[in-house]
Design a protein around this ligand. Structure first.
Ligand SMILES: Nc1ncnc2c1ncn2[C@@H]1O[C@H](COP(=O)(O)OP(=O)(O)OP(=O)(O)O)[C@@H](O)[C@H]1O
Ligand SMILES: [Mg+2]
Length: 279
């Protein structure tokens, strides 16, 4: 059974207060007088321990930026973010002990096998060989990871297999909060279900707080009890699917796609803004 190490804290798991973030423009855009919209604009939210929350929004709405701030990978320009009462900028090292993140394009030592990557990560997290072996074996099995692929180089594995290794790796540190940034994007239906089932089971059997960014509204509703909607960097909805439907004059029979259309005036399937260059 997976155990999540939740700190004995009176603070809420995640507290985001008036956070804004804009990426720097390239010199070419600066010269042309182009102004980029902020990736996040005055976003505030709070997530309690053991909640499972989905963050949805079209491409470019700021989901990954928010997750990267929570994971201490980038800093907000304005506002504050606390994880169990610890500031993500001033106490980043402490925050990292509570949080782990699985991104859509996880990086590995590609010449090394899943097992070698997991042992390496487990050691970094201070686990013993026995602990790593027990936990990794059981999680790989639950995710339906093929035994024959455990000792093959990562670069020979499918995207779905690599994603499963990324999920196992993220759980080796027994995080209190798991940030999943599009964990099932690009997976075949079977792998998608295996990943979704494990996320749901882990959340149910442990004290894990789950924050899931997804483009799959059905996945959001199935795995999470609460949905946060970002649109062009702004938080435009936060509640259970039924609360959001009621707030927007819809009935419980309306789909999340219809809800999204009512909230943003745009179809969820319509593309948002494309990516910009690194700041
Ligand atoms: N490293 C970066 N450098 C410059 N701009 C960036 C960078 N990362 C994101 N952006 C811009 O910030 C905005 C929000 O992007 P972000 O990746 O947070 O959105 P997202 O909701 O995760 O999108 P997607 O669904 O495509 O993953 C977009 O306009 C994007 O182009
Ligand atoms: Mg993203």
């Amino acid at each position: 059974m997976f155990r999540s190490q939740v700190p004995n804290s009176t603070y809420t798991a995640i507290h985001v207060e008036s956070v804004s973030k804009a990426y720097a423009k390239s010199w070419r855009k600066r010269r042309a007088g182009v102004t980029l919209p902020p990736a996040l604009a005055d976003v505030s939210l709070a997530i309690a321990p053991r909640e499972s929350v989905a963050i949805v929004g079209v491409n470019g709405s700021g989901k990954s930026t928010l997750v990267r701030i929570l994971a201490t990978l980038t800093t907000p320009d304005a506002g504050t973010v606390q994880v169990f009462g610890h500031d993500v900028v001033r106490e980043a090292t402490r925050v990292r002990t509570y949080i782990n993140r699985v991104s859509v394009d996880a990086s590995f030592f590609k010449q090394m096998s899943p097992w070698e990557n997991l042992v390496y990560a487990g050691r970094l997290y201070g686990q013993t060989g026995k602990e790593i072996e027990e936990r990794a074996t059981s999680l790989l099995q639950r995710l339906g990871f093929p035994r024959h692929a455990v000792h093959r180089p990562m670069n020979g594995l499918s995207r779905g297999q690599q994603q499963k290794v990324a999920i196992v790796r993220s759980l080796l540190s027994s995080p209190a909060i798991l940030l999943l940034d599009e964990p099932t994007t690009g997976l075949d239906p079977r792998s998608k279900h295996e990943v979704q089932d494990v996320v749901q089971e882990l959340h149910e059997e442990s004290d894990l707080t789950v924050v899931l960014c997804t483009h799959d509204l059905a996945e959001a509703e199935a795995l999470c009890s609460r949905i946060i909607v970002l649109d062009r960097g702004k938080l435009i909805g936060d509640g259970t699917p039924d609360q959001l439907r009621a707030e927007n004059g819809l009935s419980p029979h309306n789909t999340l796609e219809q809800l999204f259309l009512a909230m943003t005036g745009r179809s969820f399937l319509e593309d948002g803004e494309s990516g910009e260059e690194e700041s």
